[in-house]
Design a binder for this molecule. Structure first.
Ligand SMILES: O=C(O)CCC(=O)C(=O)O
Ligand SMILES: [Fe+2]
Length: 218
């Protein structure tokens, strides 16, 4: 999810890095009798319309293909019967218009504490819960690129006084940081100033950096 690009500033080529940020956090609790959720792709929120590829593309194309990645942690055991998430392996490589097919699904069965991760472009859905008395519980979080809108409006969902209590790294990842060069400012400064008035700030927000070698430019 981390990308870099060059930009020209004061006639000089400089580099800007956009770091991943939280897109949403959800707790999914599915009880007995629940019907199957239709197969879907969570990246539809970001207007993705990818073309089919055989393998995950390297370089720029691969970096731009996906907008988000999701993490699912089992709070209780997840079984096919109690509604384990089903997904279509490889569907993140499909064309945008290719329809989902239930026959191709695998089930992410997990013990409590197990986890799986999935590109948001993968077809998936919660399954039916056919048990008499088992609730399935999954804690889920998605990360997205720093320059895209977060799925959950975290600024409205989490009170500033609550956010102030979190460690700085969590505040940054939740959205209280800039996507370089200057996306997401408040009063022409880093938005984390809202949480920490003493935070030193660069009034120009971004001074530009040397090219980070480990990242591919987009
Ligand atoms: O509950 C699940 O297993 C998946 C839920 C889901 O994919 C969603 O609500 O977008
Ligand atoms: Fe989903």
């Amino acid at each position: 999810m981390r990308v870099k690009s060059s930009c020209t500033r004061y006639s000089r080529k400089q580099w800007a890095v956009s770091r991943p940020q939280l897109s949403k956090t959800i707790v999914f609790s599915i009880g007995p009798g629940a019907t199957a959720q239709p197969l879907h792709r969570d990246d539809s929120i970001h207007q993705r319309v990818p073309k089919a590829v055989d393998v995950y593309s390297e370089g720029r194309e691969g970096l731009l293909r996906d907008s988000s990645i999701g993490f699912f942690v089992a709070g209780k055991k997840a079984t096919k019967a109690n509604s384990a998430t089903r997904f279509i392996p490889g569907s993140h490589l499909w064309d945008h218009d290719a329809p989902p097919n239930e026959d191709l699904c695998d089930f992410a069965e997990m013990k409590r504490g197990d986890a799986f991760l999935m590109m948001a472009s993968c077809f998936h859905g919660g399954s039916a819960n056919t048990t008499a008395d088992e609730k399935r519980l999954i804690f889920s979080t998605f990360m997205t690129k720093g320059y895209l809108r977060q799925e959950e409006n975290i600024y409205l969902a989490v009170d500033l006084d609550v956010m102030k209590k979190y460690p700085v790294e969590i505040q940054k990842v939740a959205g209280y940081s800039l996507s370089e060069p200057f996306l997401g400012w408040v009063d022409s400064a880093d938005p984390r100033k809202l949480l920490d008035k003493e935070m030193p700030t660069n009034t120009d927000m971004w001074t530009g950096i040397e090219e980070p070698k480990e990242l591919i430019a987009v």
